[in-house]
Design a protein around this ligand. Structure first.
Ligand code: FAD
Length: 397
């Protein structure tokens, strides 16, 4: 597949943002390796699962987001050799690069919880984490009139740390409106000792959960699913107690890690138990291979993995890559900015924005984002998607 000045692995949020910005900076000979013919705006999947947006609104043809003048290779990368500067492709060929940007996202490990891979998509089990299941979440929510609904959050890294709980709030709000909430036991299973990383927002989320009567199980994890019997096992890591509970709806978020071929590659950070790509947390440059950068979910940087983080990482990667191309030292720094729009009702949202130090970093300092707000919900549903398609993916924002 030839020699390429810049190869970008993955044409998702990070890969396309970086490609567009490099084009704007006048770089030619850019190649994106991306197997999928569809580009997904995944943040909308929470609203798809909550019955607030159609799946089609989260989908565009990959060809429509590929920047002009960028070559697209429609294959999977299956291996990388950073010493030889080659990437092996699923078709068997390999390509050679001068500069590499790793942006293949992360992998959903459905088999990480016994029984989950077999049950998801039927047995009243759904997940907003995959486009094929998100619409089904809404079908299950609509059809539940009584019984137990369980929402789980995996231990370990995940994209959009708030998504496992947002769907619980959307569901509970719907059931309340339908006047069936008092007949439904809602359980939210969270592996951490608090509902959220940043205390300012934890307090509000505790109130939201209490308002709906949601039973929050902290330091707990779903450790098995039996789809035939419609039962899950929840392990409380604080007490060691395992409990089996019958469900009428299970929204499961699978464990996540770097794609297997990345884990097995020399670019993986030996310090990352999940195989993410080694990267300086400020410059996003690989510590051993100065011609390799990573962006997005695959980078081993200590922040929450979100599209909002990608929006701040992409300009840093591009500025630092241009510096390296010109023989200079990378000087641009990413501060760990990430943001989690916590939807708490069908018309309310909390916008949590913070950095590596877990310091709140509000984009709109004049408004109080520690409170649930309707304007923030409108922002997520109607402002952020066009900002994504027309601003972020074109390298303007
Ligand atoms: P992706 O956008 O996932 O792109 C990875 C790309 O790599 C894909 O196109 C894939 O096809 C491709 N690829 C995979 N394997 C290979 C391979 N072997 N070779 C080449 N290409 C490959 N973020 C927010 O900011 N706000 C939110 O509210 C929010 N909510 C979310 C809700 C849900 C349910 C989910 C699932 C995610 C949410 N996110 C949210 C997270 C956000 O979508 C991701 O953090 C973001 O997409 C990461 O960008 P990325 O480029 O690293 O990965």
């Amino acid at each position: 597949a030839g020699r390429h000045r810049v190869a970008i692995i993955g044409g998702g949020s990070g890969g396309i943002s970086v490609a567009a910005r490099l084009r704007r900076a006048g770089i030619s000979d850019i190649t994106v390796v991306e197997p999928s013919d569809t580009h997904w705006y995944q943040p909308l999947w929470t609203l798809v699962g909550g019955g607030q947006a159609p799946l089609s609104a989260s989908r565009r043809p990959e060809a429509s987001v590929m920047p002009d003048g960028v070559r697209w290779i429609r294959q999977h990368a299956v291996a990388v050799d950073p010493d030889a500067r080659t990437v092996t492709l699923s078709g068997g060929d390999s390509l050679t690069y001068e500069y590499l940007v790793m942006a293949p996202g992360l992998q959903l490990d459905w088999s990480g919880v016994p029984g989950l891979a077999e049950a998801v998509g039927h047995d009243r089990v759904s997940s907003n984490y995959a486009s094929e299941y998100a619409p089904r979440t809404w079908e299950l929510i609509k059809n539940l009139r009584s019984g137990t609904a369980i929402f789980t959050h995996p231990a370990g890294p995940l994209k959009c740390g708030g998504a496992p709980q947002k769907i619980a709030y959307l569901a509970a709000d719907y059931w309340r409106k339908q006047k069936v909430l008092d007949r439904i036991r809602v359980i939210l299973v969270i592996p951490d000792p608090a509902m959220f990383k940043v205390p300012e927002w934890t307090r509000t989320l505790e109130k939201v959960a209490a308002r709906y009567g949601i039973e929050v199980r902290l330091q707990s994890e779903m450790t098995a699913v039996d789809g035939d019997r419609r039962e899950v096992t929840i392990t409380d890591h604080a007490s060691g107690v395992k409990e089996t509970i019958s469900y009428g709806l299970l929204h499961a978020v699978p464990p996540q890690s770097a794609p297997d071929w990345v884990k097995a590659s020399p670019l993986a950070d030996p310090a990352s138990p999940f195989g993410f790509v080694a990267a300086d947390k400020y410059t996003l440059q690989h510590p051993q291979h100065p011609n390799v950068f990573s962006v997005g979910d695959v980078a081993n940087v200590p922040t929450s993995k979100t599209g909002a983080a990608v929006r701040k990482q992409a300009p840093v990667v591009v500025a630092n890559l241009l510096a390296v191309m010109n023989g200079r030292t990378p000087a641009h720094r990413y501060d760990g900015y990430t943001s989690c729009p916590l939807v708490t009702a069908r018309d309310k949202m909390l916008l949590a924005e913070f950095d590596y130090d877990l310091k709140p970093k509000p984009s709109f300092p004049v408004i109080n984002t520690f409170k649930e707000r309707r304007d923030m919900w409108v922002f997520k549903r109607y402002v952020l998607p066009p900002v994504y398609w027309h601003g972020m993916l074109t390298g303007r924002l």
